[in-house]
Design a protein around this ligand. Structure first.
Ligand code: COA
Length: 160
């Protein structure tokens, strides 16, 4: 199997957005996607990007991606990596491509002295949970995600 993991580059914004939408469809969250190709272009490929993306190419064809950014743990006193999106096209799943993307980020952690590689997974996404557990991930289900957005975020920003 010919597989390479390469950094996404200017010109990949459409492809990255396509993968984001496919992942959102899989997660039944496509109604929540408002990102545009211009947003992706700006944040991934503008000056001093704060978010990064790796593309998996199988036999010369892009088949998956991992989109990530740096976190910081006060407990560890070290940066880590937050994996925002991981997706492999259905036709090539089970060939080690998801694992290769995770390994690529784990190697970055090791090379840069980062303390953690973390991400969310939906509770119903059993195949992904099994995949993650097979890679040594521990589920921290005592934590709940908190989010303020939309009008509530505006209200919180405005309150005196
Ligand atoms: C989850 C996902 C990224 C895994 O990628 P993949 O390329 O299919 O997985 P791999 O072939 O690299 O699997 C690596 C290992 O995990 C195991 N694994 C993968 N899927 C599994 C499953 N459904 N059940 C049990 N084990 C699984 C494989 O057996 C393999 O084990 P090995 O290393 O001992 O051989 C991919 O299936 C995907 O894109 N799913 C839909 C989107 C999604 O759920 N993304 C994650 C959102 S949090």
């Amino acid at each position: 199997m010919s597989l390479i993991i390469r950094r996404a580059e200017p010109g990949d914004a459409g492809l990255v957005l396509e993968f984001i939408i496919k992942l959102a469809e899989y997660e039944k969250l496509n109604d929540e996607v408002s990102a545009t190709e211009a947003d992706i272009e700006k944040h991934l490929f503008g000056p001093e990007p704060k978010v990064f993306c790796e593309i998996a190419e199988h036999e010369g064809k892009p088949v998956g991606f991992a989109l990530w950014f740096y976190t910081f743990s006060t407990f560890q006193g070290r940066h880590g990596i937050w994996l925002e999106d991981l997706y492999v096209e259905p036709g090539v799943r089970g060939n080690g491509i998801g694992k290769a993307l995770l390994r690529h980020l784990a190697r970055r952690c090791r090379n840069e002295g980062l303390g953690r590689l973390s991400w969310w997974v939906l509770n119903w996404n059993e195949p992904a949970i099994k995949f993650y557990k097979a890679q040594g991930a521990v589920m921290h289900d005592e934590w709940t995600v908190c989010r303020v957005s939309g009008p509530e975020l505006e209200a919180l920003a405005e309150e005196k």
